[in-house]
Design a protein around this ligand. Structure first.
Ligand code: PMP
Length: 398
């Protein structure tokens, strides 16, 4: 008998499990469209030039590694604030945003969840149906009851917007609504600017607490364009949470660079909120690591490196869009009868392909093309070498 005798084997993470299966697959043509990572046209994970330039400057002047403050690098937090809210925005100027560096976007969500649990322990959390698979687990583990709001409409191949509004309208005041700021994961379908206005209005009249998850800023229509939704919530006079991830936009997945920002009513409130966020951090992991935050701060705070980053991010965005079009054209050329044009109306890294679980299983076992059972494919992993093969494989299973 050991302390662990009764410990059950936890289910494998669906995406990481897929990766293991992919690694073991001996098919020479195998393609991994499962994991949410951007690869360049050569199939490689990019190391951005702006990141390399910032790192070179840092290495030329090596510095000792003391502890960071609990809330992270001040210049990093300031850069996040101006990226999310705008440098000249009223919330930044009035000092009513509390921002902390976090261990990736996931860390930002978790700090926010733990803080919210103290503020409003009985609140329900609403996530989109479907959502990033970790949203449910993360908020459940923070002690919340997690439910969904309507989102994906499989028949319409788009957002069930009436359903979404109805779900939010039916939510009790204080309900935490987790909203994908842009590039919805997993479906690839975002709501329009006019629809956002309606969501903001419902959130306001129902007294919901918005938690915007911004994991793909710059991957949709542009940095400012993707960030525009934040200004709508600000203009409505709401207080809210925003988690930021730089994993994709800086291709810094393993450095775990993210943040949580909380927009408060005034600067005094923000300083009280910040003090509580610091307690959450202190009692979880004490303070964040230096490297990733220092790189991102160096890039965002230097005009030349910032311009280089915007250029490189723009190239990633444009390449993904080009791959969407190639996928649509390639599927048609491979003989797929149904119109797959909806793929170009989706945005960001992912595409809900509409393929069934059986079709996805066949894609894996017969062709070594890996996507999730839900039909989600990472368009950002397609390239000029694998696209034809993927199109032909899909054509054979649909
Ligand atoms: N939110 C969403 C919607 C995501 O897709 C992801 C990453 N896949 C995250 C948060 C977490 O980002 P990070 O890897 O920076 O923790």
């Amino acid at each position: 008998m050991s302390l662990f005798s009764a410990v059950e084997m936890a289910p494998r993470d669906p995406i990481l499990g897929l990766n293991e299966q992919f690694a073991a697959d001996t098919n020479p043509n195998k393609v991994n469209l499962g994991v949410g990572v951007y690869f360049d046209d050569g199939g490689k994970l990019p190391l951005l030039q702006c990141v390399q330039a910032a790192e070179k400057t840092m290495m030329d002047k090596p510095s000792a590694r003391g502890y960071l403050p609990i809330d992270g690098i001040a210049a990093y937090d300031a850069a996040v604030k101006s990226l999310v809210f705008g440098n000249e925005s009223e919330p930044v100027k009035s000092g009513r945003v509390a921002t902390v560096q976090a261990i990736g976007g996931t860390g930002g969500l978790k700090i926010g969840a733990d803080f919210l649990k103290r503020l409003n322990p009985d609140a329900t959390v609403l996530i989109s149906d479907p959502s990033w698979e970790n949203h449910r687990a993360l908020f459940t583990n923070a002690g919340f009851k997690v439910d969904t709001y309507a989102y994906y409409d499989a028949e319409k191949r788009g957002v069930n917007f009436d359903g979404m509004l109805a779900s939010l309208n039916a939510a009790a005041p204080g309900t935490i609504a987790v909203l994908h700021a842009c590039c919805h994961n997993p479906t690839g379908y975002d709501i329009s600017a006019a629809q956002w206005d309606q969501v903001v209005a419902v959130v306001k009249t129902r007294g919901l607490t918005p938690f915007l998850d911004m994991a793909y800023q710059g991957f949709g229509h542009g940095i400012a364009e993707d960030g525009a939704v934040i200004a709508k919530f600000v203009a409505a006079g709401l207080t809210f949470f925003v988690s930021t991830s730089f994993s994709k936009s800086f291709s810094l997945y393993g450095e775990r660079v993210g943040a949580l920002s909380v927009l408060c009513q005034n600067a005094e409130e923000a300083s009280r909120v910040l003090s509580q966020l610091k307690i959450v951090i202190r009692t979880n992991y004490s303070n964040p690591p230096i490297h990733g935050g220092a790189v991102v701060a160096a890039v965002l705070n230097n005009p030349e490196l910032r311009a280089l980053w915007e250029k490189e991010l723009g190239e990633m965005r444009v390449r993904i869009k080009a791959m969407r079009q190639k996928l649509v054209d390639g599927l048609k050329a491979a003989g797929v009868k149904q119109d797959m044009g909806f793929i170009t109306s989706q945005i960001g890294m992912f595409s809900y392909s509409g393929l069934t679980k059986d079709q996805m299983v066949r894609l894996r076992s017969e062709f070594g093309v890996y996507g999730t059972d839900t039909g989600r494919m990472c368009v950002a992993a397609l390239n000029s070498k694998n696209i034809d093969y993927v199109c032909q494989a899909i054509a054979k299973v649909v």
